[in-house]
Design a protein around this ligand. Structure first.
Ligand code: FAD
Length: 405
């Protein structure tokens, strides 16, 4: 009696199990997790959970009873250690062997780490898991001087919360602008100014020359050029690496993540990959992409559930994303590329505006600040393949919602 085995009990793995049952999938479902907790939401970890507005009990996606009632076996704290494709079995760290008919890899990603001589200092933190967040939140309570390495989403969201908690906050970024990999120059400039007004010192095009350490290894200060900044707590947010080793060791095709086709199948037709770990083709881009977002994790899971229940098709859902910082809501629809040009919709000075990103003369993605109407309209336009030309976007008074037919 084999069924679907899902490795990784995070956002995409849990969604797949739930969607399979919603669609009436009749076989066994085993969801294998390496964390102590039942599947939970990650976005609040750097936002409402970090600021104390959301309790531990509100993080799980479903209760233990829910999984039980829907005959989903959730294994916690027992990572998958090996895949044997010859006998279609996954071996867990405990030695348990779990046979599969279909195997889904939903292993997510882990943080890139900074190398420290002699081991990681106790006051250097990373933020990916619920346990990371609990430790960081406690440390923030007693911290006066917070240093954040990396001005990506996680670093800036934490900076925002750390300022609210009353800490003195410095963000150090090697690139010349904040969130540079993900957003347009206009959005970077807006948020750099907002963080500065929020009281955070944002240092771009900057690297740390020296971490000064106490005898117990803790970081006490950093040297940046001729400045020395005192430090009680460091958060490193310099991006993630896909968890693809299990797939690689099993001989599956791996590049920047586990390589899948437009049906989310790996190089083995009985094995699939979804979420942060999956490198997949997209209609709007030439190569393979790996998308790190709840939308991608959840939509790929829903798509795969339909496939495992017998439907065909290609995964083409429009990516979207959000981030909360400095009291502002940033929402992104579509996948932008560094070569896209931009049109500003609205007035950045009012704190409500959008940036349309243009490729080949048409709308390709939209970044909205405090403009949920623009965000929803752009998602619909992109999902329906509506051609919105650069000329239209540049017309005075143009509104995205008016382009929806
Ligand atoms: P994950 O949710 O990471 O789940 C993968 C799971 O697999 C993990 O529990 C991992 O430990 C486990 N695993 C790995 N290897 C094994 C193994 N061998 N055996 C068993 N288990 C294994 N996205 C947004 O869209 N908006 C946001 O505002 C946002 N905020 C975020 C804030 C934080 C602090 C973080 C960390 C992420 C945020 N994200 C946000 C990103 C989003 O949470 C991820 O894109 C999403 O969780 C990806 O889902 P996933 O299932 O692919 O991976």
């Amino acid at each position: 009696n084999t069924g679907t085995v899902i490795v990784g009990a995070g956002q995409s793995g849990a969604q797949l199990a739930l969607s399979l049952r919603e669609l009436g999938y009749p076989n066994r479902i085993t969801l294998i997790g390496d964390e102590e907790h039942l599947p939970y939401q990650r976005p609040p970890l750097s936002k409402e959970y970090m600021s104390g507005q959301l309790a531990d009990s509100e993080l799980p996606l479903r209760t233990a009873d829910y999984y039980k009632k829907h005959a989903i076996e959730v294994v916690t704290a027992d990572p998958a250690a090996q895949i044997s494709r010859e006998d279609a079995t996954v071996t867990l760290a405990s030695g348990r062997r779990v046979p599969y008919r279909q195997l889904v890899l939903a292993t997510g990603a882990r943080n890139r780490r900074l190398p420290f001589e002699g081991g990681e200092p106790a006051n250097v933190h990373y933020l990916r898991t619920r346990d990371d967040a609990a430790r960081l939140r406690e440390a923030l309570g007693g911290a006066k001087n917070v240093l954040i390495v990396g001005a990506g989403f996680i670093g800036l969201e934490f900076a925002s919360v750390a300022r609210l908690a009353g800490a003195h906050v410095t963000v150090v970024e090697m690139a010349d602008r904040v969130m540079g990999r993900a957003v347009s120059e206009e959005i970077s400039a807006y948020f750099a100014a907002r963080h500065t007004a929020w009281g955070t010192e944002v240092l771009c095009s900057t690297s740390i020359d020296e971490f000064q350490r106490a005898e117990d290894g803790r970081v006490t200060a950093v040297r940046i050029g001729d400045r020395t900044l005192p430090v009680d707590l460091v958060l490193v947010g310099i991006g993630v690496l896909p968890n693809a080793e299990l797939a690689q060791e099993a001989g599956l095709a791996v590049g920047n993540g586990i390589i899948v086709d437009s049906g989310l199948t790996t190089s083995d037709p009985a094995i699939y990959a979804i979420g942060d770990c999956a490198s997949h083709p997209r209609p709007e881009t030439a190569g393979l992409v790996r998308v790190e977002s709840v939308q991608n994790a959840a939509d790929q899971a829903r798509f795969l559930a339909r496939r495992l229940c017998g439907q065909g098709g290609h995964y083409t859902d429009v990516p979207w994303f959000w981030s909360h910082q400095t009291g502002d809501k940033l929402q992104i629809a579509g996948l932008s590329q560094p070569t896209d040009t931009t049109v500003v919709l609205g007035e950045p000075d009012t704190g409500r505006f959008s940036i349309a990103r243009i490729r080949d003369g048409r709308l390709a993605a939209v970044e909205s600040v405090n403009s949920p109407g623009d965000h929803l309209a752009s998602r619909r336009l992109l999902a329906n393949g509506v051609h919105v030309s650069e000329e239209q976007l540049r017309q005075p008074g143009f509104a995205l919602r008016k382009a929806i037919h």
